[in-house]
Ligand binder design. Structure first.
Ligand code: ZN
Length: 336
């Protein structure tokens, strides 16, 4: 897999559908993520179906000229501490089995699993996912109501370490998938990942834990500070700590990009988009020359494929070229 350009953060979601098992809540239908999907799949005035969303997604993936492969992310249901699933508190569910089905039919799709660590059958599900080629496990602690320091996570972490299966974990504010328990928003702080890191888990912090709406997200600045503290401590502890660049190409994250470029080792950064969340032409650019800036703006505007647009925007931020292929090296080290 080495040297392939991998977008390791692509989402799928669908309204209730018997064949795939997918569903989303009425609360999810009020989020910007829902509306981006509705508009981009051409369903603004018509019925929104799984088929339409999938058709658009496959077109985007198959026609990308810059991205070789995408990690398509499953999203497990909410479970309580007794291991009981809570569909009434789940706002987006995408079963592992459905992503496996899509990945089996398209060699540009990699399987990004999602397994709630409180599940009674987590071990069976993890083994099944490994057999089906999972290249990571994804959690959104706020939406899925997961406390990464919970004792129930410990045996899960041991298995992840054994398999060298990366844990892709959302950190910082979450606006795409709501939570039914707002106390869990706190769980997105990277400071709670020290246990997983100490236990040897390969952790990928999504979005470099950056605030999404700049100063409007001041309450999440602590998440960003804790992110930098983790990377400062990473060298002493020899942790397997990584961060992804997904959803960085947006205007209100511009002020934070040079901090990531200067403070985080580029061999620990992995490329991603967060599709269908759109990338903006008004995002951070390395060049401060106004003429060059305008040329780059119009170049990005002319790129219609959202994955290619995001690739181009991240490239112009000034990261090392290796960020685009780091995920393929990381996935090569998974023990199967
Ligand atoms: Zn995401």
């Amino acid at each position: 897999m080495a040297e392939e350009v991998i977008d390791m953060h692509v989402h799928f979601g669908a309204p209730e559908d018997v064949q795939s098992g997918c569903y989303w809540s009425s609360k999810f239908e009020g989020t910007p993520a829902f509306w981006f999907m509705k508009i981009t799949s051409g369903s603004f005035f018509t019925k929104f179906t799984k088929e339409k969303i999938l058709k658009k997604l496959l077109k985007v993936i198959n026609k990308s000229v810059e991205v070789d492969k995408c990690v398509l992310l499953a999203m497990d249901e909410v479970y309580d501490e007794n291991g009981k699933s809570k569909p009434d508190e789940t706002h987006l569910y995408v079963p592992n089995s459905y992503i496996v089905e899509l990945a089996d039919k398209n060699d540009r799709i990699l399987f990004g699993s999602s397994i709630h660590p409180y599940r009674k059958d987590w071990q069976d599900e993890l083994e099944k996912c490994m057999e089906n080629g999972a290249c990571l496990c994804k959690w959104i602690p706020s939406s899925q109501q997961i406390d990464p320091t919970h004792v129930k996570c410990e045996s899960f972490y041991r298995k992840l370490t054994e398999y060298k299966l990366p844990l892709l974990i959302h950190c910082g504010p979450e606006y795409a998938i709501p939570t039914s328990n707002t106390d869990c928003n706190e769980n997105n702080n990277p400071k709670y990942l020290r246990k997983a890191l100490d236990m040897g888990v390969t952790v990928i912090i999504a979005h470099c834990s950056l605030p999404y709406f700049g100063l409007f997200d001041a309450e999440y600045f602590d998440d960003m500070e804790e992110f930098y503290k983790l990377f400062a401590d990473e060298r002493i502890n020899e942790w397997k700590l990584y961060a992804d660049l997904s959803a960085l190409a947006t205007p209100l994250r511009s002020n934070f990009i040079s901090g990531i470029i200067n403070k985080i080792p580029h061999d620990r950064l992995v490329f991603g988009s967060d599709y269908p969340i759109p990338a903006s032409e008004l995002s951070y650019k390395k060049s401060k020359n106004i003429i060059k800036w305008i040329i780059l703006f119009f170049k990005a505007l002319s790129i219609k494929n959202p994955l290619d647009k995001n690739y181009h925007l991240v490239e112009k931020m000034g990261f090392d070229k290796n960020v685009f292929t780091n995920a393929s090296k990381l996935f090569d080290s998974i023990s199967r």
